[in-house]
Design a protein around this ligand. Structure first.
Ligand SMILES: [Zn+2]
Length: 70
């Protein structure tokens, strides 16, 4: 059996940090926004959709785009 050289994996970068920054507004991250909406949804049963700004319901998700917080 010959030895196989493999490339180091440290150079692999996931896109999650970059994707989150695309939605960043006023220093808040997408995660902050989603958690805020999630709390609102639990407290009142409805919240503003973080995706389209439509009405988000605890059961059935968003009226506008169909997104659900999970
Ligand atoms: Zn929506």
């Amino acid at each position: 059996m010959a030895a196989v050289a493999t490339a180091p994996s440290e150079t692999i970068v996931t896109g999650s940090d970059r994707a989150a920054r695309l939605f960043e507004a006023g220093g808040r991250t997408l995660e902050d926004l989603v958690l805020e909406r999630w709390d609102e949804l639990i407290a009142s049963g409805r919240a503003e959709c973080p995706v389209c700004g439509g009405r988000l319901h605890a059961a059935g998700g968003c009226n506008g785009c169909g997104s659900e917080l999970s």
